[in-house]
Design a protein around this ligand. Sequence first.
Ligand SMILES: Cc1cc2nc3c(=O)[nH]c(=O)nc-3n(C[C@H](O)[C@H](O)[C@H](O)COP(=O)(O)OP(=O)(O)OC[C@H]3O[C@@H](n4cnc5c(N)ncnc54)[C@H](O)[C@@H]3O)c2cc1C
Length: 405
Amino acid sequence: MSTTFLIVGAGQAGAQAIDTLRREGFDGRLILVGEERELPYQRPPLSKKFLHGELAAERLPFRHRPFYDEHRVELRLGSKAVRLDRAAHTVELGGGERLTYDRALLCLGARARPLPCAGANLAGVHTLRTIDDANALRAQLRAGASAVIIGGGYIGLEAAAACRHFGLEATVLEMADRVMARVVSPEVSAFFAEAHRAHGVRLSCNTRVVSIEGSDRVAAVVCGDGTRLAADLVIAGVGAVPITDLAASAGLAVDDGIVVDEYCRTSDPSIFAAGDCVNHPSPHYGRRIRLESVDNAFEQAKTAALNMLGRNVIHDRIPWFWSDQYEHKLLIVGLRGDRDERVLRGDPRRGGFSTLYLRDGELTAVEAVDDTKDYMAARKLIAGRARLDPTKAADKGRDLKDAVI
Ligand SMILES: Cc1cc2nc3c(=O)[nH]c(=O)nc-3n(C[C@H](O)[C@H](O)[C@H](O)COP(=O)(O)OP(=O)(O)OC[C@H]3O[C@@H](n4cnc5c(N)ncnc54)[C@H](O)[C@@H]3O)c2cc1C
């Protein structure tokens, strides 16, 4: 009898795993289960070009239907996996179908974190994770309307840029003392805060939302200091939560994500996991991490697929991420540590600058703003565990690699 590989979750990681398995010669039965109705599609444009109306919906899927037919992929779209029975090696779908697997791969992603306040379920309050979310939001982006964006992270800020693109009044409320505080340096935060203000966004940090008011639909957002902001729509960008319930209820180890080893294997050797839903070790950084990025989902799915084929490949990547806001591109590579030395390279007022992070001299991470060259150089230097002279590294007049000691 042929071997069956079952992939649960038809997003970035699920699509990549299909690709790798067939490319690497897996000839058995291949089933892809996805809760959304769509073929696997790219999410980054949902807060960027797609939201701006500059990318058509047909351009979002990674592959179109003929690819899945040609590669003999059995699709179960619009079907949620509701139970994983490890002893029986079966996954049960919402409609009652029970699928048997030899090896399974969980690529369940993450869901938008719900707003923890009264009024979060009113009509006109949006989150942004799926194409349905993006379509619902786009339909509300009308010039003159006022949007309140809760959360000054990537998604909130990219959504604010889309609001301004369509001529809405946009206010961003951020609980921390600066935007993107969790992921970038104060200099990078200040640069993007200024870019948003220059494009007409009102930005208020140190501001906690306590409730959303409205009768049948949102009318206002109320802040901790009593301020009440009228709103035609609200966009909540307050983070994402890994989807782990299927794994947890089957008794797999879960700890801020499905726990896997460096081979992307869960605590059950016949079940693998990849992407946003995964908590994995980073051999390079010597710690466990959970990442929400295209590169991570793509590379981890590749490694998981190879290991489902018995190849024994270790996942050890230097993570990277990007965000587009107006004409600016932020590129982040590596993982900074709390105690890393911070070095500013270049002048934010002149554009094209970076924040570098050094741990005992070793380059651990770089945040590059409008500076692809430094970003590309940093990728190699971080992977090679290069040590830099901080004074030379701060000098934008020199190539970054010339700062290596
Ligand atoms: C608006 C937006 C903008 C982004 N921008 C960027 C960016 O600029 N750069 C970047 O690197 N990353 C970006 N990301 C993050 C990136 O898209 C994710 O990291 C990536 O999609 C993760 O892939 P994944 O396969 O792990 O999860 P997903 O792509 O989320 O796929 C998971 C799929 O599993 C399905 N699923 C969950 N549970 C079940 C179940 N029980 N049964 C069946 N199916 C199930 C879900 O419905 C979903 O379709 C962005 C994300 C969003 C939402």
